[in-house]
Ligand binder design. Structure first.
Ligand code: SAH
Length: 517
């Protein structure tokens, strides 16, 4: 019974990735991404879902963009079958739902013919999700009890339509059209000719559920004109339900909706910040400018770790410092008991939080999150004269703090626990985005993000966009660095933390909206 066949893991999962917002994939769909040996994905699939793939997974793009095909359907069918026949788990990721205008059925039939087992994982289809994100429920008791999904792609020159316009025009309350942008004049013409009143509300939603969502609303008499600048992918929705948008528009009213914001932190640290911005509706471009690496030598740090019993304070001025210090301590086969009797100071809440992750309490956190404030706070809790203080920091940290502590008579070991280097970021599209005025705000979360951003983008290129964007800074030192480089910072965090920076951005956007800027 448990023959070779059942041992095989060859299978294809036809998975709906949802309409755009990566959070709208199903739990089952996500698990198919995680376990796949091969992922074959389309144009409309959110790229960020691919971050969940195994590092050794083979990822193949077969996207079709309008009429531009990267790969013909027959070749895609063959590809997924052939990969599975190599005894692999293949996850075939499609935008929305695989069986709603997704040609999933054709792939299933081919797999069946080839004797390749497959399963289908439905997804949230665009006609349901994009109106929902535009504030339009597809059905509503007082408006309609019927809802239709229609392809708008049908060749208008076709003699005989597969769509019974006469019946659907008046027979169904809410009508949604996929792939219908080019054909919109024809769709409207058919509907009105077959009896749908010209004043029926209609909306066109482009890139629905993503932070680039754009919605235009009108009626059958003017929607063609209003949507003339809208390009695919877009859903057209026709029916009385469109009116409910006035009350139900929750997504496009988010505080940062429509704003494109660049995050310059290192890849490892970007997500907390980016996630908050995305939750608030922003379109985030992650453009890492720094990369954290090991120091050239661990010797000075190791010497310090070996003398912790005669150390009075360890001062952490960054999350990376905490991470590097503890990792090194553990790799020297030590543990937190070696910190017994050592007092810990952390510069701000994120650093404190990181220390706590290692099950160590912080004894001192200054009220303001800058080096100047650390000195004041420490003076209050201890007489630093003759005390041995360890500061595990980056190679490019300011000398202010160790110098001030030395002035107070402390014996300071300012050692390099990690290096901050310029990220190897060659994403040329970001410069184009900046020049084209497609970016609203560039954020700086440390002095090195400023310096490295200038290095990567190129000082000479700044004139091409500096009037078009705003610059936001996490704290006074970062602002100072920016201003030294002739970058005008117009958004400044009052609380020198990521939440503080997010708040400053939200406040500024609100102020400008109210001021009509
Ligand atoms: N299987 C997909 C549909 C594929 S056909 C699904 O179930 O959603 C491609 C068409 O879907 C596009 O031309 C557009 O009409 C629609 N579409 C898909 N994603 C969309 C999005 N995020 N916003 C607007 N329309 C979308």
């Amino acid at each position: 019974m448990y023959g070779k066949e059942t041992m095989n893991q060859k299978i294809v999962y036809l998975v709906g990735a949802g309409p755009g917002d990566p959070g709208l994939i199903t739990v089952k769909g996500l698990s198919c991404i995680k376990k796949a040996d091969v992922i074959v994905y389309d144009y409309l699939v959110s790229k960020s879902l691919l971050k969940n793939a195994r590092v050794d997974a083979e990822i193949i793009y077969v996207g079709k963009q309008g009429s531009r095909h990267t790969m013909e359907q027959e070749d895609i069918n063959k590809l997924i079958a052939d990969k599975a026949k190599e005894n692999k788990i293949v996850t075939r990721l499609k935008g929305g739902d695989p069986y709603v205008f997704g040609r999933g059925g054709e792939e299933g039939i081919y797999l069946k013919e080839q004797d390749v087992p497959f399963e289908v994982v439905p997804g949230i289809t665009a006609a349901i999700a994009t109106p929902a994100y535009a504030g339009i429920p597809v059905t509503h008791r007082s408006c309609t009890s019927t809802f239709g999904l229609i392809t708008g792609h049908e060749d208008p020159t076709k003699n005989q339509s597969d769509i019974d316009w006469e019946k659907i025009s008046t027979g169904i309350g809410t009508l949604t059209f996929y792939m219908g942008i080019k054909n919109l004049p024809n769709i409207v013409e058919q509907l009105t000719r077959h009896g749908r009143p010209k004043d029926t509300p209609a909306a066109v939603i482009r890139w629905g559920t993503t932070t680039s969502q754009k919605t235009v609303v009108g009626t059958l008499s003017n929607i063609v004109e209003k949507a003339k600048d809208i390009k695919p992918p877009a859903i057209t929705i026709v029916g009385e339900v469109v009116k409910l948008r006035d009350q139900l528009n929750w997504f496009e009213t988010k505080p940062l909706f429509g704003k494109t914001i660049i995050v310059t932190r290192s890849r490892d640290q970007a997500s907390e910040f980016s996630d908050r911005l995305v939750e608030l509706g922003a379109n985030v471009i992650e453009f890492p400018t720094i990369r954290i690496t090991k120091p050239d030598t661990f010797m000075p740090l190791d010497n310090e770790i070996n003398r912790l019993e005669s150390t009075d304070w360890v001062i952490f001025t960054s999350v990376n410092g905490v991470e590097s210090f503890f990792q090194r301590m553990f790799s020297l086969d030590r543990d937190v008991r070696d910190l017994k009797g050592v007092k810990i100071c952390a510069i701000g809440p994120a650093t404190t939080e990181k220390v706590r992750e290692f099950h160590v309490r912080v004894d001192c956190q200054p009220p303001k999150y800058v080096a100047e404030s650390v000195v004041e706070a420490l003076k209050k809790v201890d007489d630093l004269k003759g005390k041995h203080i360890l500061m595990p920091r980056t190679d490019i940290a300011r000398s202010y703090l160790p110098e001030e502590l030395q002035k107070l008579g402390a014996d300071v070991a300012d050692v390099i626990a990690y290096k901050t280097i310029v990220a190897d970021n060659r994403d040329g599209t970001v410069l184009e985005n900046l020049k084209n005025g497609e970016v609203d705000i560039v954020t700086f979360t440390s002095s090195s993000t400023v310096r490295n951003f200038v290095k990567i983008i190129g000082k000479d290129n700044f004139d091409g966009f500096k009037e078009k964007v705003q610059f936001a800074s996490i704290g006074p030192i970062t602002t100072e660095t920016a201003e030294e480089m002739n970058i005008k910072v117009s958004i400044k965090a009052e609380d020198y933390t990521i939440p503080g920076l997010v708040k400053a951005i939200v406040d500024d956007v609100k102020k400008r909206k109210e001021g009509g800027i």
